[in-house]
Design a protein around this ligand. Structure first.
Ligand SMILES: [Zn+2]
Length: 310
């Protein structure tokens, strides 16, 4: 199906779901749950502003420390609590999200990949897709298009992912373009503006695909860099790709983390039962108003699961 048809079909479905007789019941239930929204960058500033204004009017925005306290003391947050989060440290969090969040006094958290800070390296998945489009190849990815190849790379043992990336670089006709990343000074600017900066590992491997030493190093290196840059240790974490790993949980506990977030498209309890495994809902700035409503109500996540989404 062409992309435009698919987008139109999706809009129709979103409009239908919003009118579903189930929506009020879902909305009432969602008011008694915590919605942690997981954004990446902000590609549509006007739509993002509308989403945040909607939250400021209808929800109770909370910060990561409030979520941590609610989980630690098993004391529920107020109804309709929402936490806004951003993964991967896209520079639009600084240029587009921060001004809106500051104006509306909405707290938020940004989870950054520390090896990319002060660099111009692309995200590894962006780089891999580019290299494949430029003829890069390696045995384990034979016959796969860019999206399928990235999917496959995430499933490989991490050492093999790194070897495969090196092979793609060696065989592609052109290297991936450089990518603007945040600097350490900009991280401080975000923190000064009221965002909580969290650990999202050093280089964004799927932790469940890492051996013990590599996993420890990923968490500790990012922790140390953030402690230096921010002047205090970070206390919140987001699992890359949402992939939970019990070994990571142990390391996070030792390092003093108060909360860690998944990427599982679910609501969580107003007093999260497991503070190192808190669910999040997937959204984008271009998520339409109908879908944004049904994501917040939990109807979209429920339908998504019924259709076999993870
Ligand atoms: Zn990420």
């Amino acid at each position: 199906m062409p992309t435009t048809d698919r987008a139109a079909r999706r809009r129709t479905l979103d409009a239908l779901l919003r009118r579903s007789p189930l929506q009020p019941a879902f909305r009432a239930r969602a008011a008694r749950r915590l919605a942690v929204l997981a954004y990446h960058g902000v590609d549509d500033p006007a739509a993002f502003r509308a989403q945040m204004e909607h939250l400021a009017r209808t929800a109770n925005p909370v910060g990561p420390d409030q979520v941590a306290r609610a989980a630690e003391h098993r004391r529920p947050l107020p109804p309709r609590s929402v936490l806004v989060t951003f993964d991967d440290g896209d520079p639009t969090v600084l240029t587009r999200a921060l001004p809106v969040l500051a104006r509306l006094r909405i707290p938020a958290a940004a989870y950054v990949i520390t090896d990319l800070i002060d660099s111009d390296h692309p995200y590894w998945w962006t780089e891999a897709a580019h290299l494949i489009r430029r003829g890069g190849h390696t045995r384990v990815l034979r016959g796969l298009g860019p999206d399928a190849a990235v999917h496959r790379l995430k499933a490989l043992p991490d050492a093999q992912r790194l070897t495969s990336l090196a092979e793609l670089r060696a065989t592609a006709k052109r290297q991936a373009p450089r990518q603007r990343q945040l600097t350490a000074a900009e991280l401080r600017e975000l923190a000064d503006g009221g965002l909580t900066i969290g650990n999202h590992t050093a280089s964004h491997p799927c932790l469940d695909r890492c051996d013990d030493d590599h996993l420890d190093a990923q968490l500790v290196r990012a922790h140390d860099r953030l402690t230096t840059w921010l002047g205090h240790p970070p206390t919140t974490f987001a699992y890359p790709n949402g992939n939970h790993d019990p070994r990571a949980e142990t390391v996070l506990r030792i390092l003093g983390y108060r909360t860690a977030y998944l990427f599982d498209h679910r609501h969580t309890a107003l007093a999260p039962a497991d503070r190192l495994r808190i669910s999040r809902l997937r959204v984008n700035s271009h998520t339409g108003r109908d879908r944004f409503d049904t994501i917040l109500s939990g109807l979209h996540p429920a339908i998504h699961r019924l259709r076999g989404g993870s």
